[in-house]
Design a protein around this ligand. Structure first.
Ligand SMILES: [Ca+2]
Ligand SMILES: [Ca+2]
Length: 349
């Protein structure tokens, strides 16, 4: 065993005390810094139509990397709190669906603490406004019509009178639709209730009832027809707020217009996949739903796309269509093989 003299031991212990004190001092010098927190919204101006989805992104970090749980509250100004959300992990996206929210100002408050109870807080205000409702009314001479056992609402847009729902006529089938004297339809998941919501899906020839004549009645009720490509263009010109009836816009292929699609689609998450339906206002009252489409009998893209026929063939195997999809406020025009099954909207003669 090594032995030390008293002065050496004394020196060693002094050194230890000094080192300990220095460390203590150093620890005190490293101050804990508070976390940072930011809140952003997907809509400029933070003004939303009632039934929109408010999408909020919270980002937080702590210089020492020690974030604890955060909390977000939504409170109607001069009203009760309507929602509290605990935040674990960042960035975090919060979806607030507002169909039940009354119009007014809402305060969004979020905070997050670190392990030493230093915290950061952000507050912002969102306004929920009532939409104006559809700018258009049902067709005055035929506000509703009943066809093959189903009643349809109508909507008058400009000089046109349209059904306000996709057509749902015929017998559910999972086989190839043929010229057999029976109107056959595909339904999402082969479920008749889906056809009540979204309408049936038909190949072009079935929809046209094997006549091929542009503007023909096809499977529509008497006095109505499958819209022509020009009927669709007139609708787009009427509904879009920027381009009006500039034919050079609407004759183009691909995405056209600024907000025609948003104004034709239903609002909110019910018939469209969230969160990307923001901006759809249905101000036209046309009420497009995400009916999907079918390559054979089984539908795909349900709640994310609606493809609709025109009665205008582009050649022997293709016809002009329209498509409306999530996250897209414009209107898609292209040709499509007649073999795929799409929705039908009837327009009055
Ligand atoms: Ca910290
Ligand atoms: Ca048939």
């Amino acid at each position: 065993m090594t032995s030390y003299s008293t002065p050496v031991l004394f020196f060693l212990s002094l050194t230890a005390v000094f080192l300990f004190a220095t460390c203590q001092k150093k620890e005190k010098q490293v101050e804990n810094r508070p976390p940072t927190l930011s809140l952003s919204f997907d809509q400029a101006g933070k003004e939303y139509l009632q039934s929109d989805t408010v999408r909020m992104v919270l980002e937080a970090s702590d210089p020492e990397g020690e974030l604890a749980e955060g909390v977000l509250t939504i409170v109607r100004i001069d009203g009760p709190g309507i929602r509290t959300e605990y935040l674990n992990g960042f960035p975090q996206t919060i979806f607030w669906e507002t169909h039940d929210a009354v119009d007014g100002l809402y305060r969004i408050n979020a905070s997050v603490a670190d392990n030493l109870n230093e915290y950061a807080q952000v507050t912002d205000t969102v306004e929920i406004v009532l939409g104006d409702g559809p700018l258009n009314a049902p067709c005055p001479d035929v506000p509703q019509l009943t066809y093959e056992g189903q009643t349809y609402n109508t909507i008058k847009i400009g000089t046109q009178c349209w059904m306000a729902e996709n057509l749902n006529v015929g017998t559910l089938s999972n086989n190839t639709q043929t010229n057999n004297g029976v109107i056959e339809k595909y339904c999402v998941q082969s479920n008749l209730d889906s056809c009540l919501v979204y309408g049936g899906l038909y190949t072009w020839a079935e929809a046209m009832q094997y006549t091929g004549s542009e503007g023909g009645q096809g499977i529509c009720p008497p006095g109505w027809h499958i819209p022509t490509d020009a009927d669709w263009m007139a609708l787009e010109a009427e509904v879009d707020t920027k381009y009006g009836d500039d034919p050079s816009i609407w004759i183009a292929e691909g995405w056209r217009g600024t907000n025609v699609g948003g104004r034709l689609k239903t609002r909110g998450p019910r018939y469209w996949e969230m969160p990307f339906n923001t901006g759809s206002s249905n101000l036209s009252g046309f009420s497009l739903k995400g009916a999907g489409w079918a390559e054979s009998s089984s539908a795909t893209s349900v709640r994310s796309e609606n493809r609709l026929w025109s009665s205008s063939a582009s050649d022997a195997e293709n016809a002009w269509i329209r498509s409306y999809v999530l996250a897209e406020m414009a209107s898609w025009r292209s040709t499509s093989t007649m073999d795929f099954a799409y929705s039908v909207r009837c327009i009055k003669d």
